[in-house]
Design a protein around this ligand. Structure first.
Ligand SMILES: *[C@@H]1O[C@H](CO)[C@@H](O)[C@H](O)[C@H]1NC(C)=O
Ligand SMILES: *[C@@H]1O[C@H](CO)[C@@H](O)[C@H](O)[C@H]1NC(C)=O
Ligand SMILES: *[C@@H]1O[C@H](CO)[C@@H](O)[C@H](O)[C@H]1NC(C)=O
Ligand SMILES: *[C@@H]1O[C@H](CO)[C@@H](O)[C@H](O)[C@H]1NC(C)=O
Length: 961
C-alpha cells in the first residue's frame, strides 16, 4: 500500500510540475483545452493526412499555429482562419470546445460532412464563414444558440433541407446561403431580422412566393434571390426598401411590374436584375433619375413600350440588357433613345436583341461609349444601312445585328473594329462585296454573314483573320472559286458553312490543314472535280455536306476513316462508283445521303446501312442488294465476291500511287514500330540510313497494303504494319500522299532547267513554284507525331508537271523525326549519315549537327536564290568568301537587277508591259529577301515555312495587280 502511494506520487508530481512550470496562471489550463481541441480538430480537418497543417504541433505555442489568432488577455483561440488549401476533411465536434472563438473562417479547404451541432456552444461566435466547401446536410438547430452571430456565410456548399425559420430570431447582418441545394419556401420570419443588410439565397431550389414580410427589412442593401423557382407576384412591399443597392430577382417565375416611381422605391439602386421572369409593364422613365445605377438587366420578360429618351442621365450606366422583351413598336423613332445613351460614357454592354425595335440606325451610334464591348440588336425590325459611324466603336468585341432588314453594303469602317471577336450580320438584306478590310479583324473568331445578298468572291484578305473558328456565309450570291490557299492559314476553323452560293471550281485541298474542322457545308454550289484526298486529314469532321454540286469521281475510301462523322451528304452530284463497304464502320453516322448520283454495285447492309431511315439512295439506277427495306434488286454475284472487288479497287489505287512512290515521290520511310527503340540493332548497316526496298517488297511486306495491316490514316497518308525478309522487327510503312493532284500525271521537267521547253519561266511562275515547294515543306514539317525532313532539297528534285505545278521528289534521304517541332526531339538523327548535295547542304550538317527542319529551309533558301539569279551555288564565281547567299545579301535592294537572271528581267519588262518596273523590282527584292532569310547561317535565324508562304503570297498578290 505504501509502495503504491509512493509510486503514485512519483508519477503525479512531474505532471503537476509540468503544469506549474509552463502555466503561470490558472487560465493556461484552459488554453490547454484549446490546444487539445485544435489537435482533435486537426485530425478531422486534415483527414489524418500526416503533412497537413505542419505548424499545428505542440513544439510551437498554439497561438503561433497557422490560421490561429489568440485573444491578447486570455490567450484563448479567438479566430480560426484557413483558406484556399486542400485539407479535405470534416469539422469535428471538438470545434465546440473553442468557446472563446469569435471568428470561424474556413473557406475553400475542401471541407465535407455536416456542420457539427457543437457549433451551438460557441456563444461568442460573431462570424461563421464556411463558404466554398462541400458541406452537406441541414443547418444544425443548435446554431440558433449562437446569440452573438451576425454574419453567416455558407455559400457554395452542398447544403440541403429548408431555410430554417429560426434564422428569423437571430441578430444577423449578413446571411449568405447562395449556391446550395436548399428546397422549400422562404420562411417569412426572415423579415424579422431587423438589421439584416445582405440576404443572399441565390442558386438554390427555393419555391413559393417572396414573403411580404421582406418589406420590413428596412436596412437591406442587397437582396439576391435569383436563380430559384420562386413564383407569384413580386410583393409591392419590396418597393419600400429604400436602402437597396442591388436588387436581384432574376431567373425565377415571378410576375408583376416595376414601380412607376423608381426614385421613391430605390433611390440608391446600383444594380437592377430581374431578367428571366414574366414581369410586364413599361420601362419606368423615372429610372433615368437613379444616378447611382450601373446595371439594368431586365431581359427575357414581358416588358413593352418605348425606352425613355432620358437614359443619358445615368452617367454610371455600365450594362443595359433588355433582350427578349416587346420593347418598341416597329416605328421609325424606336431607336431614338440611342442618342441619349451616347452620354453614358461607361457603357460596356448594350443588348437590345429580340424586341420590336423599328427604324434606322442613326449614324451617331458611333458616338456611343468608346468602352462599348458588346452591342447586340439582332432580331428586331431595323432597316436602312449600317452607318459608317460603327467604325468608331473600336472597343467592340462582339457585334450582332443579325435578323433585321439592314441593306446596303457592309461599311468599310468595319475594318477599324480590331477588337472584334464575333461579328454577326446574318439574315439581313446586305448586298455588294464582303469588304476586303475584313482582313484587319485579326482576332475575329466568329463571322456570320449567311442569308444576305452578298456577291463577289470571298476576299483574299480573309486569311489574315487567323483566329477564325466559325465562318458562315451561306445563302448569299457569292461566286468564284473557293480561295485555295486561304484555308491553310485558318487552321483553327471549326465550322465552315458556304452552302447555297454560286461557288465554282474544285474543293480546295487546303481544307486538309483544318484538323479541328467539325462542320464543312458546301451544298448547293457549282463546285466540280473530285473530293480531295486531303480531307482525310480532317479527322474531327462531324458533318460533311457536298450535296447539289457538280462533283464526280468515286466515293473515297478515306471517308471511312473520319470516325466522328455523323452526317454525310453527297447527293445530287455525278459520283460514279460502288459504295465502299468501309462506310459500315462509321459508328456515329446517322445521316447518309447518296441520292441522285450514278452509284452502282452492291449496297452494304451493316452499320448505317442497316437502317433504311438513315440512308437515302434514290436516284441511283445501278444499285443492288442492301437490306430488304431499301427495295433494291438483288445482286447476281455472291456478296463475298463483291466485297473482294471493292478491296481490289483499293489496291489499284494504292499501287498506282505506289508506282509514283518508286519513281518519284519515293519513299516509304521505315521505322520500327516499337516506340522505345528507333534503332535497328539486328542490322547495323540499316541503323543509320533509310531502307531502300522495292515497291514489290513493300507490297509483300504489307500483304498488298491490306486493310488488316492498316494501322491508321494520318494527316498526310496511311500507315501499314508489315514485315520484311531478313529483318526481324516489324516495320511501319507510311504512304505519303504528297500531292494527290499530281499523282497520276507525268512530270515533264525538272525545275533545274529553269527554262523547260522553249519558254522561260516568268517571275510569276517562279513564285508559284517557290510556293508549291514551300507548301510541300510545310506539309512535310507539320505532322503531329512524325515530321518528315527531306534532306535533299535542290532544283533537280523539284519536278514540274504538265500544268507547271511543282512537286517535291526523291525522298531517298528523307528522315522521320518524332514530334511536330522536330528540332527538340530526343531521338535525333545524326546528319553525318546524310550526304545531301554540295551547295545545298546546310553548314551545320557539315559540322555533324542533327537533321532538322531548319536544314531543309536552308536548302530551300539556296533553291530560291538560284531561281532568282540563275546561278548554281557551286558556280565558279563563288569561292571561300563569296557564296550565293552573300552575293545576294550584298546586292539586295539597290543593285538587285545586277544579279537577277537576265531572262527574268527582260521577259517581264518587255512582254508584260502592264506591270511597272518598280513593282517588279520590289518583288525581286522581296523574293531575294526570303531566299536570304531562309539560308542564314544559324538555323534559329531561318525563316519558318509559314512565313515564307505568307511572304510569297504577298509577292504573288503584288504581281497580279
Ligand atoms: C471537449 O469538451 C468536452 C466537454 O467539456 C470534453 O469531454 C472533451 O474531452 C473535449 N474534447 C477535446 C478534444 O478537447
Ligand atoms: C483565396 O482565393 C480567393 C479566390 O481566388 C482569393 O480572392 C483570396 O484572396 C484567397 N485568399 C488567400 C488568403 O489567399
Ligand atoms: C441552447 O442553449 C440553452 C442554454 O444553454 C440550452 O438549454 C438549449 O438546449 C440549447 N439549445 C440547443 C438547440 O442547443
Ligand atoms: C416573426 O415573423 C413572423 C412572420 O412574419 C411573425 O408571425 C412573428 O410574430 C415574428 N416573431 C417575432 C419574434 O417578431
Amino acid at each position: 500500500m505504501r509502495i503504491l502511494m509512493t509510486c503514485f506520487l512519483c508519477f503525479a508530481i512531474p505532471v503537476l510540475m509540468h503544469y506549474m512550470l509552463s502555466a503561470t496562471n490558472a487560465l493556461s489550463l484552459s488554453s490547454y483545452t484549446d490546444e487539445l481541441a485544435l489537435l482533435a480538430l486537426k485530425e478531422k480537418l486534415t483527414n489524418s493526412v500526416p503533412d497537413s497543417l505542419p505548424s499545428w504541433n505542440q513544439s510551437l505555442h498554439l497561438c503561433e499555429w497557422q490560421g490561429v489568432t489568440c485573444g491578447r488577455r486570455h490567450m484563448r483561440v479567438s479566430v480560426l482562419h484557413l483558406e484556399n488549401q486542400t485539407l479535405g476533411g470534416t469539422l469535428g465536434p471538438s470545434l465546440g470546445n473553442l468557446t472563446f472563438l469569435r471568428i470561424l473562417k474556413l473557406t475553400n479547404i475542401s471541407l465535407h460532412g455536416e456542420i457539427p451541432k457543437q457549433v451551438g456552444r460557441l456563444k461568442r461566435l460573431r462570424k461563421l464563414s464556411l463558404s466554398n466547401n462541400k458541406l452537406e446536410g441541414e443547418f444544425p438547430m443548435e446554431l440558433s444558440n449562437c446569440t452573438n452571430l451576425h454574419v453567416i456565410e455558407l455559400y457554395h456548399n452542398h447544403l440541403t433541407g429548408r431555410v430554417p425559420s429560426w434564422f428569423g430570431s437571430m441578430q444577423l447582418i449578413l446571411l449568405n446561403l447562395g449556391i446550395n441545394n436548399l428546397v422549400g419556401t422562404i420562411p417569412p420570419s426572415l423579415g424579422n431580422i431587423t438589421f439584416l443588410n445582405v440576404l443572399f439565397l441565390s442558386w438554390n431550389h427555393l419555391a413559393g412566393n417572396i414573403p411580404h414580410a421582406f418589406g420590413k427589412l428596412s436596412e437591406l442593401k442587397i437582396l439576391a434571390l435569383n436563380s430559384n423557382n420562386l413564383s407569384g407576384e413580386v410583393p409591392h412591399s419590396l418597393y419600400n426598401l429604400s436602402n437597396i443597392q442591388n436588387f436581384d430577382l432574376g431567373e425565377n417565375n415571378l410576375f408583376g411590374s416595376l414601380p412607376s416611381d423608381m426614385i421613391l422605391a430605390f433611390p440608391n439602386l446600383e444594380g437592377l436584375y430581374v431578367s428571366g421572369n414574366q414581369i410586364s409593364g413599361t420601362f419606368p422613365s423615372s429610372m433615368s433619375n437613379l444616378t447611382e445605377l450601373q446595371i439594368i438587366d431586365i431581359g427575357d420578360n414581358f416588358f413593352n413600350g418605348p425606352i425613355p429618351l432620358t437614359l443619358g442621365r445615368l452617367n454610371k450606366l455600365y450594362s443595359f440588357n433588355i433582350v427578349n422583351n416587346n420593347f418598341g413598336s416597329g416605328g421609325a423613332h424606336d431607336l431614338d433613345f440611342l442618342s441619349s445613351l451616347t452620354n453614358c460614357t461607361q457603357l460596356s454592354r448594350l443588348l437590345l436583341d429580340h424586341n420590336k425595335f423599328g427604324g434606322k440606325l442613326p449614324n451617331l451610334i458611333g458616338n456611343l461609349s468608346i468602352n462599348l464591348k458588346q452591342f447586340k440588336l439582332a432580331e428586331n425590325q431595323i432597316y436602312g444601312v449600317i452607318p459608317e459611324g460603327i467604325g468608331q466603336l473600336i472597343g467592340l468585341t462582339s457585334l450582332d445585328m443579325g435578323s433585321n432588314s439592314l441593306e446596303g453594303s457592309i461599311p468599310n469602317s468595319i475594318g477599324k473594329l480590331k477588337n472584334l471577336v464575333s461579328l454577326v450580320l446574318q439574315a439581313n438584306k446586305l448586298s455588294s462585296n464582303i469588304p476586303t478590310n475584313i482582313g484587319n479583324l485579326t482576332i475575329l473568331s466568329e463571322l456570320y454573314l449567311s442569308g444576305n445578298k452578298l456577291e463577289g468572291r470571298i476576299p483574299f484578305s480573309l486569311r489574315y483573320c487567323t483566329q477564325l473558328q466559325k465562318l458562315s456565309i451561306a445563302e448569299n450570291k457569292l461566286s468564284g472559286d473557293l480561295p485555295n490557299q486561304t484555308f491553310s492559314y485558318l487552321d483553327g476553323l471549326i465550322n465552315i458553312v458556304l452552302s447555297n452560293n454560286y461557288f465554282t471550281g474544285p474543293i480546295p485541298s487546303e481544307f486538309g490543314y483544318l484538323k479541328q474542322l467539325s462542320i464543312l457545308s458546301l451544298e448547293s454550289n457549282h463546285l466540280s472535280g473530285e473530293i480531295p484526298k486531303s480531307l482525310a486529314s480532317c479527322i474531327s469532321l462531324i458533318g460533311l455536306g457536298l450535296g447539289s454540286n457538280f462533283l464526280h469521281g468515286s466515293i473515297p475510301l478515306f471517308l471511312a476513316s473520319l470516325k466522328s462523322l455523323e452526317a454525310l451528304d453527297i447527293s445530287h452530284n455525278n459520283f460514279s462508283s460502288t459504295i465502299p463497304f468501309e462506310l459500315e464502320d462509321l459508328t456515329f453516322l446517322k445521316i447518309l445521303d447518296l441520292s441522285f448520283n450514278n452509284l452502282c454495285g452492291e449496297v452494304p447492309k451493316e452499320g448505317v446501312f442497316s437502317n433504311a431511315t438513315k440512308v437515302s439512295l434514290i436516284g441511283n439506277k445501278n444499285l443492288c442488294g442492301g437490306i430488304s427495306q431499301l427495295k433494291l434488286p438483288p445482286c447476281f454475284k455472291k456478296p463475298s465476291k463483291k466485297h473482294k472487288r471493292s478491296l481490289k479497287k483499293k489496291l489499284i489505287i494504292i499501287s498506282v500511287f505506289g508506282g509514283i512512290l518508286i519513281s518519284f515521290v519515293a519513299f516509304t520511310i521505315v521505322h520500327v514500330l516499337t516506340r522505345k527503340s528507333t534503332k535497328l540493332p539486328s542490322s547495323p548497316s540499316l541503323q543509320n540510313r533509310a531502307l531502300r526496298v522495292t515497291y514489290g517488297e513493300l507490297h509483300e511486306a504489307t500483304n498488298g497494303f491490306s486493310s488488316s495491316n492498316l494501322v491508321g490514316t494520318g494527316s498526310f497518308g496511311s500507315v501499314y504494319r508489315g514485315s520484311l525478309h531478313n529483318f526481324e522487327r516489324p516495320i511501319a510503312v507510311k504512304v505519303l500522299n504528297l500531292e494527290t493532284r499530281g499523282a497520276a500525271k507525268c512530270f515533264v521537267a525538272e525545275c533545274s532547267a529553269l527554262g523547260p521547253g522553249n519558254h522561260s519561266l516568268s517571275l510569276t511562275k517562279r513564285v508559284d513554284i517557290a510556293l508549291d515547294v514551300a507548301h510541300a515543306l510545310d506539309y512535310l514539317h507539320h505532322d503531329e507525331d512524325q515530321v518528315v525532313v527531306h534532306c535533299d532539297i535542290k532544283p533537280s528534285n523539284v519536278l514540274l508537271d504538265e500544268e507547271m505545278v511543282a512537286h517535291l521528289g526523291d525522298f531517298g534521304l528523307a528522315r522521320l523525326i518524332h514530334g511536330s517541332t522536330g528540332h527538340s526531339s530526343k531521338d535525333q538523327i545524326d546528319s553525318s549519315t546524310i550526304k545531301g548535295t554540295i551547295g545545298y547542304v546546310p553548314p551545320e550538317y557539315g559540322a555533324g549537327g542533327p537533321v532538322t527542319l531548319e536544314g531543309d529551309i536552308y536548302s530551300y533558301g539556296i533553291l530560291l536564290l538560284e531561281m532568282l539569279t540563275g546561278k548554281r551555288p557551286t558556280d565558279n564565281m563563288f569561292y571561300e568568301n563569296l557564296s550565293l547567299h552573300k552575293l545576294c545579301k550584298m546586292k539586295i535592294s539597290e543593285e538587285i537587277l545586277d544579279i537577277v537572271d537576265s531572262r527574268l528581267v527582260m521577259l517581264n519588262v518587255e512582254d508584260e508591259t502592264w506591270i511597272v518596273e518598280n513593282n517588279i523590282k520590289e518583288c525581286l527584292v522581296m523574293f531575294a529577301k526570303i531566299g536570304i532569310a531562309c539560308s542564314e547561317e544559324f538555323p534559329t535565324q531561318r525563316m519558318l515555312p509559314k512565313h515564307v508562304i505568307l511572304k510569297l503570297l504577298e509577292i504573288k498578290h503584288k504581281l497580279s495587280r
